[in-house]
Each structure stands twice: as structure tokens, then as C-alpha cells.
Design a protein around this ligand. Sequence first.
Ligand SMILES: Cc1ncc(COP(=O)(O)O)c(C=O)c1O
Length: 415
Amino acid sequence: MSKLAIKGGNKIVNIKPPHYRWPVITQATEESVLSQLKKSISIYNRSGIIEELEEKFKKYYNRKYALLTNSGTTALYSMYIAAGLKEGNEVICPTYTFFATVTPLFFTGAIPILVDCDESGNINPNKIEEKITEKTKAIVVTHMWGIPCEMEEIEKIAREYNLLLFEDASHAHGAKYKDRKVGTFGDVSVFSLQAQKLIPAGEGGVLLTNNEEIYYRALLLGHYNKRCKQEIPSAYELYRYSTTGMGLKLRIHPLAAAIASKQFENLEKVLRGKRKNAKYILEKISEFTCLRPPQFKDYMEPSWYAFVFHYLSEKLYNIPIDKFYEALKAEGCEELDRPNSTCPVNYHPLFQNPGELFTQYKGKIKYKRGDFPTAEKFHETSLKLPVWHEDSDKEIIDLYLRALEKVTQNYKELI
Ligand SMILES: Cc1ncc(COP(=O)(O)O)c(C=O)c1O
């Protein structure tokens, strides 16, 4: 093959960027937003587009309650507060996740007990039990990049120790574990509806649960007055707080709900397209000795939020990942990425010394780099591609694969 682009050769991916577009704003989405704009841009109770979208989530996930929020982060916050977590509690958390899975815990006083991942990038179920103490109240998991966690084992541990189980399924809309949708295992599950996610609202989130008490408390936290009064029975002991709730307002914007509600209708089609293309990329990536494809079991159906694979420098004459990555970028792989802020959470100053921002944590948490070798290696070797969902995307996929082939074949130019 010709000279590498990074050394002055022609680049392989010669299609003008962007090479990937998400979200896809269909005409139906535009119409839905316009129609909502004319109806109402502030909804105080569970009606209209809010009710419509919550009903879609309830039905799809077969849950008793769905509560929309203005972000995935505030849905996670609502989950922790509504579950009654407080100082003196410990919560088992994944080390390798987007930090917002864990950071809302800092507002409760509970201590996040981090657990390393396994080869899939998800929390290692074999390392959970050793972290359980008499203070442990809950386990939270994230289905990273859309690959389901080992839910049967995790559910078993949660039951055995009488712990709450929480799922952050922000990457995993529609993903399945043994034919069961993720987001239906937890006492509470949360999804981000941020623009990049599989059901995009722009900004938004949703909390799902079958637990009435948790639902009422989440309403009190962020949906004061009309919604609380309409939905919390007057006989319920906390009903008297309905007017003010706990004082926060975490409602989703109706226009965001209008976007998500239309996008929801495309989810299954998008998932089918992604699964088809992911299978193809996976087969091709598996042929490279210096690359390791995503690891998951045959009883898992990922949502393919992203395709995260690994560069094994030891299999390519120890050429560092930075060089390998730069060479691919030079070949025109604009959409190839190295995850940055999504990293082992012990890399963040907030997890090394939260006490400056949250005084009650002073001296209580001292995670540091090096604490979680599997998660750190997973992160340091990660490369990320989008998972295209149309058949017509095959052309761009093939160009990216050819770029990988060119760089690995011409490795000598990088030494
Ligand atoms: C795994 C995970 N959890 C939570 C969040 C937070 O969601 P949001 O951005 O909607 O607040 C994200 C966002 O990227 C995420 O990736």
C-alpha cells in the first residue's frame, strides 16, 4: 500500500466530513417540535408530551413508573436521593464509567466504593463481594458503550446481601441480556436522553422504577407542586410537602420531550441497523492481531452506542497508541476517537480529593491513579468508533477499515 498520509502519502478516507451524523432530525421530529411549540413550552403536571413520552418508556420497559428529568445526571441524582442514601452508607460503583454515574452520590454523603472492571469494561462481578460491608446499601452498574453487564450474577449478589440495585443504562437503550432488556433488572434504572444517546432529546433523562416510594420521593425532589399533588396520594405521609417538594425543579423541557418522543419511534430500526454494521466491523477488526474487539457474551445484545476496541501496542512493535491514532487521523478517520473524560473515575480530582468541594468528604476518599489496573489498561488502550446504522454507511465503514489495514501494514513508517 502507498505511503502513510502522516508521512505525506494520500489519505484513504477521502469523503468530506462529517462521516457520522447523529441525531438524525427527521421531518417527523421537526413537525413534532413545531406542534409542541404551538401547544405549550412549560408543562406543570404529567400531561401532554410528558405523559406521552413517559408512557412510551413504561410500555417499552414494562415498568410501573417513568419520570422524565432535564438530564441523565439529574435522573441519577434523583435515584440516589429518592432511595434515601445518606452519610454512613456505601455504594458499590463501577470505576470505569462516565463520571456522572457516580458524582451525584456526593450530594448524599454516601461513599462510592469503586470496583474494577473486567475485559468487557463493565464492573467485574467477581470483585463486588469483597467490597461489601455492613454499610453497603446499593450496587450501581453502567452498561458501558451499550454492552450489558453480567446482570444475572450481579442481581444474585444484590439479592443475597439485600442491596438495592441501580442501573445506569445511558448507553444501552434497547440492549438485552439473555433476552431481557437492560434497565429492567434494577430497583431503579436511569437513561440519559442527551443528544448523542440512542433516544436523543437534546438534553434530558428518565428514571424508571416499580418502587412506589422511590417514585414519590423522586417527584418530591424535582417536580414540586402540580405533579406531586396530582400523583402522590393524599394519604401518603409525605404528601403534605407536595407544594414545595424538596425545592428543586428538574423537569424536562417539553420541546426536548417532543424530540425524544419522535426519536423513540426509530429506536428499534436504528438498533437493527447498528447491530448489522457492528457485526461486520467486529468480524473485520477481529482479523487484526494488534486489535482486540469489544468483549461480550453471546447471550448479550449490545445497543452499540459506540464501538470501543483496543490497540495492543505489544503486537505492533511497541508503537505507542498515540502514534497509531495520529496515523489513522491523518488517513482521514475523523470519527475515530480516544475517550477522554469517560475514563476510570479515579483519574478525576473529585475522586482523589472531594473534600475541597464537598466538605463532609474531607479525608474520606483518596482514590488515585494506579488503583484499578484493569480499568486503566482498558482506557489507555481504547479507540472508539461510532456505529453507523444505515446500509448505505457501508462505504464509509469500509474506508475506515482500509485505513486501519494501511496503518498496520505500513507500521515500519511509524518506528
Ligand atoms: C454512562 C452515562 N451516565 C450518565 C450520563 C449523564 O447524562 P447527561 O449528559 O444526560 O446528564 C452520561 C452522559 O454522557 C453517560 O454517558
